[in-house]
Design a protein around this ligand. Structure first.
Ligand code: SAM
Length: 200
């Protein structure tokens, strides 16, 4: 596959890592619902971890977390917060097979170019253990575009997302919930929260 990233979007995070870290507020309710479905102390890969707040919460709950981000500057912010190394990993570089009880990807796969998302989802499916759980969130819409901060978004509809997941691997369940939120760009937006469980 080709590189599943947008260079202007990564440049935004590289130039705004400290501001984004300060802005990040975290929705532990949804994260806790995810963690409750994992074995205690289970292995979790976090993709696009940003400033590391979600990884910090998961580590504090006793999980074996691998925090990663595609931007070296964001990874450095997270490393500072977590007091440990954080790998720079672009989504399309994920090569693990059957390693994780959970993959947590909050508000980051929404930056994957539309024609690359299926390939990234297939990599995540492959990285999960049988029965493993995968969460990701997206800004909903009907086609790709950029926000006023020049960040690329794939803006999926629920129907389009279900097709991408279905083609990426076999899931025992695939649940999508929608809610309204305000983004870092201060714009109201509908978020699609997708939780998928790999077949056992
Ligand atoms: N998950 C964090 C949170 O909830 O605060 C950060 C979300 S932030 C909106 C998106 C993150 O995805 C940024 O930290 C950015 O560096 C990362 N990112 C964007 N494209 C990426 C890619 N292709 N591979 C890995 N990380 C990427």
């Amino acid at each position: 596959m080709t590189n599943a990233f947008d260079s202007d979007t990564l440049a935004f995070y590289q130039g705004n890592a400290a501001d984004y870290a300060a802005w990040s507020k975290h929705r532990h309710v949804r994260l806790n619902q995810f963690l409750e479905r994992l074995p205690p102390g289970g292995s979790i890969l976090e993709l696009g971890c940003g400033a590391g707040a979600d990884s910090a919460h998961m580590i504090a709950q006793g999980f074996a977390v691998r925090p990663t981000d595609g931007s070296p500057q964001m990874a450095a912010q997270a490393a500072q917060r977590l007091g440990r190394d954080v790998e720079t990993l672009l989504f399309h570089q994920l090569d693990d097979v059957g390693l994780y009880d959970g993959v947590w990807a909050n508000a980051c796969l929404l930056h994957v170019p539309r024609d690359e998302l299926g390939g990234v989802l297939a990599r995540i499916w492959r990285a999960l253990k049988p029965g493993g759980l995968f969460y990701a969130s997206y800004k909903s819409g009907e086609g790709e575009g950029r926000d006023k901060l020049a960040r690329y978004y794939n803006y999926p509809s629920e129907v389009w997302l279900r097709e991408r997941y279905r083609d990426a691997g076999a899931w025992a369940s695939l649940a999508i919930e929608a809610n309204q939120d305000i983004g870092y760009d201060n714009q109201p937006t509908e978020i699609l929260h997708v939780t998928a469980q790999r077949v056992a």
